[in-house]
Design a protein around this ligand. Sequence first.
Ligand code: 6GU
Length: 239
Amino acid sequence: MNYHVLTLFPEMITNGVNTSITGRAIDKKLINLNAINIRDFSGNKHGQVDDYPYGGGAGMLMQPGPVYRSYESVVEKIGYKPRVIYLTPQGETFNQSMAEDFAKEKDLVFLCGHYEGIDERVLEMIVTDNVSIGDYVLTGGELPAMVMIDTISRLIPGVLNNNVSAEFESFNDNLLEYPQYTRPDTFMDKKVPPILLSGDHAKVDKWRREQSIIRTIKRRPDLMEKANLTKEDIKFIEK
Ligand code: 6GU
């Protein structure tokens, strides 16, 4: 997977993504990060990339030229027109199934806006997907791009140490993950659930499934409509 991030703050992206699991994935060549400074495509000696909005109003807008030229540099490099994700609170809310879809691509371009936004014409010309990460307003698209890169990267084979862990966790079957425990077996008088120390793997699996269901009903009842439940699960819930 090759990520191409069009941004005015490339160091924010590289500093973040070169760290921890995604950093290791870059070292292992499982993902590749190309953070492109839109300012390098300003076309003027001052490096100016923003201007006042026509019709008036608060703040500044990113001009279309630098954004378009930075996008073109990616198309020329890879030789085809990739999906271009514009990070905007006006987009579709990002979720796990969108991540699974994006993970199929060979290249992804992330366009990060700043100031009050980007000239609409260049958005019409290059953007294929408008994506938000939730109903709140951030100062720019860099953090959302990093959220998406992290989420997509951990779906790529080899990025996580244990290949099973991407399957048995929150949002598989649309259920939340069960509670987990490590040593010591007693912490400030609080004991680990004894069943986890029993060595009976079938019982442990059953307990974990039930805990997932209990936790989902309690914390995210909205997920229960979409949950992938077995006959056993339904029997448990009805008890
Ligand atoms: Cl994608 N961008 C900005 N600026 N704010 C956001 C967002 C994106 N998603 C939620 N808030």
